[in-house]
Each structure stands twice: as structure tokens, then as C-alpha cells.
Design a protein around this ligand. Sequence first.
Ligand SMILES: [Zn+2]
Length: 119
Amino acid sequence: MVDRCPECSFLFERLEGHWIGAIAINTVAVIGLMLVLLVGTMIFTYPELVPLQLVPVLVIVGALGPIVFYPASKTLWTAVDLLMRPLKKGEVDPRYVVVDPERDTGKSSTWRNESKWDD
Ligand SMILES: [Zn+2]
């Protein structure tokens, strides 16, 4: 994955440890899918026990699910992060996104990006 958006120069990893949220989304999604498969199978096969054929399906979903969903989880987490911590002035090329200068205090020391467009 590239560090910055090739169009607007947005730095995807805005803070150290930024991708922990993506890993959390990925984990919750895959475990949720496994639970849906398990409970769905239990409902459809009731009153029988869960068929043994479900075990390899759950193993495959548990092994491949995090890999398949990884790019989407990063995109989702970046969107959630942008909702929680909106863009600051200088984080993207102002030709693509205009940041409200009233909102930007510029006092936070946690921002890793140096702003190329600050004046
Ligand atoms: Zn962009």
C-alpha cells in the first residue's frame, strides 16, 4: 500500500498505530461472519447438532477472511478516522479538499505529517 494518496497527497497513516483500528474492524467482521454461519447453520439444521461439514468452512473463513477483508478494513477505518478527526489544514492538497481555516487550531503535536501547503 502506498503511504499517500496519489491524487491529493493524503497521508493514510495519520498517527503511529493508526492501523490498529483496521485490525479491530477486520477481526470483528470475520468473527461476525463465522458467528452468522454457525448460528445460521444451527437454525437450519435444528433439532440436529451442527453438521461436521461446517468445521472446514469455518476454518477456511477464519483463515482467509482476514486476508480477503484486509484492504476493505483499512478503507473503512480510514473513513471512520476521518469522521472522528477531520482533516487539518495542510494534510491534503487544497486543490482537492478545502479545509475550513476556522476549525484548524494547529496546536496538536500528535500530527505526523508536515504540511506542504501551509503558508
Ligand atoms: Zn486522495
